[in-house]
Write a protein that binds this ligand. Structure first.
Ligand SMILES: [Zn+2]
Length: 282
């Protein structure tokens, strides 16, 4: 039997083996310290440790430098119970032929170039999945680095003419896709922050938050694009205000016209004509 940690070689204590949960797919066992170290890099280990081998863990610790700041990570671990966590893709990914994949990959690459997409290196895995996630007739209108609040997974937000999609592909795990069809989005909102602003998508059911660590200016640019699409209510309200202002102005002019008529400067006919014109503006 294994009585030493497969990673650091320390003798396992009863605390390490008590719950029997530190066992890897190849029979190796991790001590609690090593498990904590690895799961700080990829939190999903905690839920599916037995899917990984000791080599996976070694490679994660050696290469997995996904580090959005330790402060932040501690916060994440504490608050991991959150209803807005991303879901694992099931129907989100389409099975397509290798040729079609290549073709779509190229198209998507062109679209990203045209958009001047400013994505971090951590999003390469997500970009690779896009040919399987986007429909053949979907075009990327905007894209930015964004990760689900309270998770450690890097990810992207993609806007197409049909929907907003969040894609997140952590190491060793399935791609997670969340799909927000245009008709389900009530509005979008933005919380400014000097480092990592938050983009919120409001649907009928919930508000989903994404933190943007990579590039705050890019996140702002992305938001100013999507708010034009999704915040129609706000745009309508602004338009109503403009209308209100202009109708006040019209009434004011009518009053002046009335004075001009009373003063004998305008004839009754001239007054009627001006009045008709002004009322037409309302
Ligand atoms: Zn260990």
């Amino acid at each position: 039997m294994n009585d030493h940690c497969g990673l650091c070689g320390a003798k396992l204590t009863s605390m390490d083996t008590m719950l029997g949960e530190n066992k890897l797919s190849d029979g190796n066992i991790l001590c609690n310290k090593c498990l904590e170290k690895a799961s700080n890099i990829n939190q999903e280990l905690l839920y599916s440790l037995s899917d990984f081998s000791i080599d996976d863990i070694k490679s994660l610790i050696e290469n997995g430098k996904i580090d959005p700041g330790t402060d932040h990570q501690n916060k994440i671990t504490e608050e991991s119970q959150n209803e807005n966590l991303p879901t694992v893709a099931s129907s989100g990914s389409n099975i397509i032929s290798p040729d079609f994949y290549k073709k779509r990959r190229k198209e998507i690459k062109n679209q990203l170039e045209q958009l001047n997409a400013n994505l971090s290196m951590f999003t390469k895995g997500e970009i690779k999945e896009l040919p399987r996630i986007l429909f053949a007739d979907e075009t990327i209108l905007a894209i930015t680095d964004a990760q689900f609040s309270k998770t450690v997974d890097a990810g992207i937000l993609v806007v197409t003419q049909k929907r907003i999609i969040s894609v997140s592909k952590a190491m060793f795990s399935l791609v997670k896709v969340n799909d927000f069809p245009n008709e389900t989005i009530k509005e979008v909102s933005f919380v400014s922050h000097f480092l990592s602003p938050i983009i919120k998508i409001h649907t009928d059911e919930k508000i989903v938050e994404f933190e943007c660590f990579n590039d705050k200016d890019d996140a702002e640019k992305f938001y100013s694009f999507i708010k034009k699409i999704y915040n129609k209510e706000e745009a309508k309200k602004q338009l109503d205000t403009v209308k209100q202002v202009s109708s006040d102005a019209v009434l004011e002019q009518l009053e002046k016209l009335g004075q001009l008529r009373e003063g004998g400067i305008l004839t009754e006919e001239e007054f009627a004509e001006q009045k008709r014109k002004l009322l037409g503006k309302l």
